[in-house]
Ligand binder design. Structure first.
Ligand SMILES: Cc1cc2nc3c(=O)[nH]c(=O)nc-3n(C[C@H](O)[C@H](O)[C@H](O)COP(=O)(O)O)c2cc1C
Length: 166
């Protein structure tokens, strides 16, 4: 087996193994120049409580990577069990990012948040770290809130979306 074949082999195994790890699903969104840009991400992680820091791993070649550093303030909406449409829509290329699909829950300098989501975080770009072929974006939480606890969560497992309830 050549080094390149070994590399392909491990990539395939990591993909397969990672598919077995159930995650929640988030929408990362920024407002810039009067319009909205948003993307689906399941790499969200809470990194620290004091100070309150969260992370998301993004592709460096994507549009969102540059916008996060430029705009600095971004929203992270944790999707509920009924919001698969948002997850699919904001993962597609050439998607319509018009703000009508998201709305600000709060006024002022607040990034767009998905209505009725399970929870949301308003973050300020803190720093970033190149981690292999992705960039880990670290956000400082300036505000967050939870939605209706009776509503279930959206889960991504084995490449499929599914709702889960307590
Ligand atoms: C369930 C799911 C989770 C995803 N998670 C991430 C993620 O954590 N980071 C990422 O960079 N892309 C992720 N993607 C892919 C992006 O949503 C997609 O490539 C998007 O078009 C990137 O937007 P951008 O071009 O504005 O950067 C995910 C897609 C799906 C369907």
């Amino acid at each position: 087996m050549t080094a390149s074949m070994q590399d392909q082999h491990i990539v395939g195994l990591v993909r397969q193994a990672a598919r077995r790890f159930a995650t929640g699903v988030t929408i990362i969104a920024v407002r810039h120049g009067g319009s909205t840009h948003a993307m689906t991400a399941n790499s969200f992680v809470t990194l620290s409580l004091r100070p309150a820091l969260v992370g998301v791993s993004v592709q460096p070649q994507g549009l969102m990577r540059g916008l996060l550093e430029q705009v600095r303030r971004f929203g992270i909406s944790v999707l509920n069990e009924t919001q698969t449409d948002y997850a699919r829509h904001y993962a597609s290329l050439g998607r319509d990012n018009r703000p009508r699909q998201l709305h600000p829950l709060l006024s002022g300098d607040i990034p767009p948040i998905v209505p009725d989501c399970n929870a949301y975080f308003v973050c300020e770009f803190e720093n970033s770290h190149t981690v292999g072929d992705h960039d880990l974006i670290v956000g400082s939480v300036v505000h967050c809130a939870v939605g209706n606890p009776a509503v279930g969560s959206l889960i991504f497992l084995d490449g499929e979306f599914q709702g889960i309830r307590r």
